[in-house]
Design a protein. Structure first.
Length: 164
């Protein structure tokens, strides 16, 4: 919980977090304003790998590491990311709590269906809110080329199309 709180503060309240968000949202504009996006992404990937290693060290003694544990954890991570919304730290926290509760409840009540029950909230969220509980709808600008006889500023400004 402490690591999640520190990560949230780092990404939402610091200049480094603003730089990371700028690089993710629009890498071209970030390059124009002087951010070295490739170096930034390398640093973020390295930090994420270090966090994954830290999580492995902490959870190794609890989960009794064995071959095939990754195949058990990856679907859970996918469900959590889809449930919370890609790129949302509070969404990942809420998604992990919901999935942990559902998994334990399913193990106690329906042991043979516990793993299948995990996919139910993911399917519901994908149908009702495809961007996840805390995800945001993305907006992209599609530019139209100008014809030679059109000189209005509107043909270069583009039209806004929303994507999910």
């Amino acid at each position: 919980v402490v690591v999640a709180a520190v990560m949230w503060y780092l990404l939402e309240r610091t200049r480094l977090g603003a730089t990371i968000r700028a690089g993710v949202d629009d890498p071209e504009i970030a390059r124009v304003i002087g951010i070295r996006v490739s170096r930034l992404f390398t640093a973020v990937f390295s930090f994420g790998s270090a966090l994954a290693g830290f999580a492995g060290v902490l959870s190794g003694p609890i989960l009794s590491v064995y071959p095939g544990l990754d195949a058990e954890m990856l679907p859970l991570a996918l469900i959590i990311v889809i449930l919370g919304g890609a790129g949302s730290l509070p969404g990942a926290l809420l998604g992990s709590l919901v999935i942990g509760f559902i998994y334990n409840f399913g193990q106690a009540m329906f042991p043979e269906l516990a793993y299948v029950i995990l996919f139910l909230p993911m399917v519901i969220v994908l149908v009702v809110r495809p961007q996840g509980l805390f995800g945001r709808q993305s907006v992209c600008i599609a530019y139209r080329p100008c014809s030679p006889w059109q000189r209005s500023s509107r043909c270069r400004s583009g039209s806004i199309a929303t994507t999910t």
